[in-house]
Structures are given as structure tokens and as C-alpha cells.
Design a protein around this ligand. Structure first.
Ligand SMILES: Nc1ncnc2c1ncn2[C@@H]1O[C@H](COP(=O)(O)OP(=O)(O)O)[C@@H](O)[C@H]1O
Ligand SMILES: [Mg+2]
Length: 271
């Protein structure tokens, strides 16, 4: 399995002495849909800030497709053009006076050609159906609309890896589905998508690969079927088993049956 980003003995301690990541070794498979799961304070957000170079490890190193991260201006610019980060709070991400400027902001850092920036901005506005609020200030939008603008702004940069920190935590089910549909569309184009969540049901149905975190450490990694079978590591991470796994265990079904029930379950939830 090709890896996209690798972490080698990565530790991170906040200035107040909080050791948020403890010697993490992790390889994120390329082109996959990856769920990063763990309870509050597990270190998911910290890890995501390191992936995009906003935070620098206290020790250890990261590499992207075989090249170690460098934290000078040039290295960070390259890194951020490859690895996009969707913040958990849209209000922390949205800084421009209008939606249009929000989307063109990152592009202007990336390209000198103003005409090209305009073309790319307009293409993204169309793709994300943002015409009606292009000239509005982002604070006037609903949570779902804000999240859509944030996603559009990140995707305008055409990253290879998209890191999304709890992208649907405060969205209604329909809007959450819309966001996941965008993520799936991107993944179909070969992009690697990493999503943090404590929603084990969604992680189980959506992800190709799951990483379980607790207390700054990785407890388990692997395919959803194997990760979610391991009740011990889930319990340690303050997580439950997905409802459907628990249900099937209870009724003693084997995994062949579970595939059929799963497909019905997915259809029911439209995931
Ligand atoms: N800016 C910060 N300063 C100090 N400690 C922090 C900061 N941000 C997070 N932490 C601490 O680091 C640990 C990991 O937090 P975080 O990465 O936000 O976890 P998660 O996203 O899984 O909830 C927690 O104990 C949290 O309190
Ligand atoms: Mg978090």
C-alpha cells in the first residue's frame, strides 16, 4: 500500500507543557478515505495541525510522498498546496470580507496571474453553487453554508490530500451528507481524505482505513472491519462499537451476512 503522509516518532508538546502527541508512527495510505477516531482530547486536532505544517513536531519528523517536511517559507507553501486543512470551526477559517474573496485569497498566494485566479475562483463558485452568496460576508451564512465555503476555499488550491477536522459535527444530516458527497467525489478522483470524528457509525460505513487515537497515542489502525471488531481498543479510546457491529455480534451473524445487512443499512442512511 502506497503511503501519502508518514509520521516518524512524532511528538508534540504545547507551550504549557501538555504532551498532546507521544512518539507517533503512522502511515496514511494514499488515495484512501481515512477516519481518525478518538474521544475528546485524544490528539486528533493536534495531529491534523501537524499534517498541514501549522504546528511543527517537538521531536520526530513527517514526510509527504517520501520528502521530509521543511518549515521554511518555500517548504510550507509547497506543503499547503498539497495538503489542505478544513478547520473544525468555520469561523476560524473564514477571514475575508466576502465569499468570493475568501476563495480567491489562497489562490492569490499560490498564483501570480490574477486572470488565472479569477478563472479558478469562478469555477469553484460554480462547482459549489455559491453564486447567490459570492458577494456576501461569510458571517451572514448558515453553519452548513459556511462549511461549504470553507471546503470550496480549500479545494480551490487543488490539494492532493484533504484533512478535515470534524467536518460535519454541527451540521444537520442532510447537510452532513452533502459534505460527505463532496469528499467522496474527490476521493474518486484519487485524493487522499482524512476525516476526524467520534461518530463510529459514520466512520465504519464511510472509511477504507481507520486510525484510533487516545491520549496522544495510536491505539489501532486498519480496515474498519478489523478495527471495529476490537472492543478493547475502542473502549480504551472512549468509543463504542458501531451499532451495526454490536447488533450483528449480539445475533451471532457471520461477516458474510453482515455485508448484506450493512449494504441495506447504508442505503437506509443514504451514506
Ligand atoms: N492550544 C493548546 N494549548 C495547550 N493544550 C492544548 C491546546 N490544544 C489542545 N491542547 C491539549 O492537547 C490535547 C489534545 O487535544 P486535541 O488535539 O484538541 O484533541 P482532540 O482533537 O482529539 O479532541 C488535549 O489534552 C488538549 O487539552
Ligand atoms: Mg479536535
Amino acid at each position: 500500500m502506497d503511503s501519502s503522509i508518514q509520521l516518524n516518532n512524532v511528538s508534540f508538546t504545547y507551550p504549557n507543557g501538555m504532551e498532546a502527541l507521544k512518539s507517533i508512527n503512522l502511515s496514511l495510505p494514499k488515495g484512501k478515505k481515512i477516519a481518525l477516531i478518538g474521544g475528546n482530547g485524544a490528539g486528533k486536532s493536534t495531529l491534523m495541525l501537524l499534517l498541514n505544517g501549522i504546528l511543527k513536531p517537538t521531536s520526530g519528523f513527517l514526510n509527504y510522498e517520501g520528502t521530509n517536511y521543511t518549515y521554511n517559507k518555500k517548504g510550507l507553501k509547497l506543503l499547503r498546496s498539497k495538503i489542505g486543512l478544513l478547520f473544525p470551526e468555520s469561523d476560524n477559517q473564514l477571514i475575508a470580507p466576502t465569499v468570493y474573496e475568501e476563495i480567491s485569497f489562497g489562490l492569490l498566494n499560490l498564483y501570480k496571474d490574477v486572470g488565472l485566479v479569477r478563472t479558478k475562483t469562478e469555477a469553484i463558485i460554480s462547482e459549489f453553487f455559491l453564486h447567490e452568496f459570492a458577494n456576501k460576508p461569510p458571517y451572514q451564512l448558515s453553519s452548513g453554508q459556511k462549511k461549504r465555503v470553507c471546503l470550496a476555499a480549500v479545494l480551490a488550491m487543488e490539494p492532493e490530500v484533504l484533512v478535515c477536522d470534524e467536518p460535519v459535527s454541527n451540521l444537520d444530516p442532510k447537510y452532513a451528507q452533502l459534505i460527505f458527497n463532496y469528499l467522496d467525489k474527490l476521493n474518486e478522483k484519487g485524493k487522499t481524505i482524512l476525516v476526524s470524528t467520534h461518530d463510529v457509525n459514520r466512520a465504519y460505513t464511510w472509511a477504507d482505513y481507520v486510525v484510533v487515537m487516545h491520549n496522544g497515542e495510536i491505539l489501532n489502525t486498519g480496515k474498519p472491519e478489523s478495527v471495529f471488531k476490537n472492543k478493547e481498543s475502542l473502549k480504551k479510546a472512549n468509543l463504542n462499537q458501531p451499532f451495526i457491529v454490536d447488533f450483528l455480534n449480539e445475533f451471532g451473524s457471520n461477516f458474510q451476512d453482515s455485508a448484506i445487512i450493512m449494504s441495506k443499512w447504508k442505503k437506509y442512511y443514504n451514506w
